[in-house]
Design a protein around this ligand. Structure first.
Ligand code: FAQ
Length: 278
């Protein structure tokens, strides 16, 4: 069945009407490095909420991709190189909601080669409870001409704090006979500095698309999100994410989400595992 276009939202802008960034949308700040270790924070707020007002694991995508991705970036061989996420594994240890006002990711480099690094981080909430454990196979790539070396900009203005995940992504998934589909119309707010869709945005959109296949979403939470980034996801034409249910159990549901440009080759292949909230 071919779905119609998903419901578009107004594109998030900042109070100054400047385009925002994935980091500003999801309140990811405080990039700190001390030797081989990293510390990054995400404030909690409405940007963690789904349309029903329930916090969702996908909203952690940008934060967690940055936490492990920035760790790879800092080990790049020189300023002529950047890094990309090749495979991201997010294990969410604690069902949401998580205690705010902030979540803290502490990361490290587990191993590195000339091609990239395997990095990991552990995320805690403001009670000190472990929220997630994350791994990343990151790869060095030549920095495209004209792209400056990435430096997180804490001065980027943030959009309206009342905006929830689907409003920040700019669209909602639709359930289909086979699963669910989400179409990202793709603006600069979804991109990383290299102009491709941010890996954390793909992780978030994949989890949101997978959740749309659930019969009673409020009774489930995404306990793991694993994304293979097969090739860069371009911002245009629109990006289509298609979810299909691999297994629908009583307490565990596994959903596969494949993403890429509409009508084009797949760029990402994600597996999301939902568990019941009991
Ligand atoms: C490089 C590798 C990871 C591994 O590749 P392998 O499998 O060994 O390589 P293979 O040569 O077989 O090529 C396979 C396909 O890949 C394409 N391609 C390869 N190299 C390049 C290149 N340099 N540039 C452009 N395309 C390249 C290549 O043309 C081919 O596609 P085709 O068949 O022609 O259509 C690749 O899978 C890839 O780019 N994945 C996507 C990663 C991604 O988008 N991650 C998420 C965003 S990261 C993020 O947001 C984090 C962040 C946050 C904030 C700030 C900064 C960062």
């Amino acid at each position: 069945m071919s779905p119609g276009p998903t419901t578009p939202e107004a594109r998030p802008t900042t109070p100054e009407a400047r385009p925002t960034t994935p980091e500003a949308m999801f309140r990811v700040t405080g990039f700190e490095h001390a030797g081989p270790d990293a510390r990054i924070t995400m404030r909690t707020g409405d940007w963690l909420l789904d349309d029903a007002g329930v916090p969702c694991s996908g909203a952690l995508g940008v934060f967690l991709d940055d936490a492990v991705g920035h760790q790879v970036f800092t080990t790049r061989p020189d300023d002529a190189h950047a890094s990309v996420t090749s495979e991201l594994s997010i294990d969410v240890a604690l069902p949401p909601p998580w205690t705010g006002p902030e979540l803290v990711a502490q990361g490290w480099t587990t191993s590195s080669t000339g091609r990239g690094a395997f990095t990991q981080c552990r995320v805690t909430d403001s009670d000190g409870a472990i929220v997630a454990v994350v791994s990343n196979w990151g790869r060095f790539v030549a920095l495209p001409p004209g792209v400056p070396v990435w430096s997180p900009d804490p001065s980027t203005p943030e959009p309206d704090p009342a905006l929830r995940v689907s409003q920040l992504l700019g669209s909602r998934p639709e359930r289909t006979a086979d699963g669910a589909v989400l179409r990202l119309t793709g603006g600069p707010e979804l991109a990383n500095p290299m102009g491709i869709v941010h890996g954390g945005i793909v992780a978030c959109a994949s989890e949101r698309t997978a959740a749309a296949t659930l019969d009673d979403p409020a009774t489930w939470w995404a306990a793991s999100i694993r994304v293979h980034y097969l090739r860069p996801t371009p911002l245009s034409p629109e990006v289509e994410l298609t979810a299909s249910v691999v297994h629908r159990g009583r307490t565990v549901t596994v959903v596969r989400v494949v993403g890429g440009p509409l009508g084009g080759r797949p760029c990402t292949d994600a597996t999301i595992t939902f568990r019941t909230r009991d």
